[in-house]
Design a protein around this ligand. Structure first.
Ligand SMILES: [Zn+2]
Ligand SMILES: [Zn+2]
Length: 304
């Protein structure tokens, strides 16, 4: 199946960077839009290292106000101001994180050379772009408001070229009109409707991002049927008590969400530097519960 989302992990470490992992940031590309999920310190340089470019990077969704998720916003906005690759940028976040970003923009010194908007996140629809809807859902962390995100492509119907050929519809603008929902007359005078040349409705792709949170069972309803689940997995399950206290999940809990939600694949993210020498254990314990688990590494790119 074709790729809908191109996801690049820019920072996969929890709380502090390590020599191999930067702090939280993930870039998602969908058609002609790119957006960041979180923007830890050094994210703009990670974007450069990943060879992504700033063009079309016009949204940032910030899960919460902890510094490892937002400290990179000052540098990123300053660079966008200088290079001007985009005409507008919308930053979504809770009121606390937006206030912190707003303060950072005060240091940039020059008024924004692009239209910079701030939008307060609430549970529910965040933005729509072409066939895609982004929703925020509340997580349970050590702050007043923190959110994870669902990126849901709308259901689609495929064009059936063989059916169109049988009905005598030539290649070209007629087919595009049918695809756009218009009925028309074939060269032989037959009335052809979009339903005659479109396949059954298929569900769109679903990508779910669980940012900092403690485990709670409802996470699996949110992630239900996702084509890809990216989840924080800060701790090993041996440290489950520590995880609960810090408002985080274990690799086992992330895998339980993936299993209970029936997702296609799981990427573990936001891992603690305490396991720098034993990261494989995170993967092993998760795979025990959900086989198609991967450990996200900085600059990994995947297609979904
Ligand atoms: Zn964090
Ligand atoms: Zn946090």
């Amino acid at each position: 199946m074709s790729e809908t989302f191109r996801i690049t992990f820019l920072g996969t470490s929890a709380a502090v960077p390590t020599t191999r992992r930067n702090v939280s940031a993930t870039l998602v590309a969908y058609q002609d839009l790119k957006w960041l999920i979180d923007c830890g310190e050094g994210t703009q340089r990670q974007i450069m290292r990943a060879n992504i470019g700033f063009k079309n990077l016009s949204r940032v969704v910030l899960s919460h106000e902890h510094l490892d998720h937002m400290l990179g916003m000052g540098g990123l906005l300053a660079t966008l101001n200088m290079l001007q690759p985009v005409e507008h940028v919308v930053v979504h976040g809770n009121p606390t994180v937006l206030e912190r970003v707003r303060q950072m923009t005060g240091y940039i010194g020059r008024t924004a050379q692009y239209d910079l908007q701030f939008q307060v996140l609430q549970e529910g629809l965040v933005f729509t772009h072409r066939q895609l809807d982004c929703y925020a859902f509340p997580t349970r962390h050590r702050v007043k408001q923190s959110y994870g995100f669902v990126f849901q492509e709308k259901p689609r119907r495929r064009f059936l070229p063989d059916a169109a050929t049988r009905l005598g519809i030539p290649n070209g603008p007629e087919r595009r009109r049918l695809l756009a929902g218009e009925s028309l007359q074939s060269p032989s005078g037959q009335l052809v409707h979009p339903d005659d040349v479109l396949g059954p409705e298929e569900p769109g792709k679903k990508l779910v991002y669980i940012s900092d949170t403690m485990y709670f069972p409802e996470l699996s309803s949110v992630a239900q049927g996702a084509d890809c689940l990216i989840s924080e997995a800060t701790f090993l399950h041996a440290d489950a008590a520590l995880a609960a206290e810090a408002g985080h999940m274990t690799a086992t809990q992330a895998a339980m969400v993936a299993r209970d939600a029936g997702v296609a694949m799981l990427y573990l993210n936001h891992v603690s530097q305490r396991y720098a020498q034993s990261e494989h254990l995170l993967l092993e314990e998760a795979r025990h519960i959900f086989a198609n688990t991967h450990l996200a590494n900085d600059l990994d790119t995947i297609g979904v």
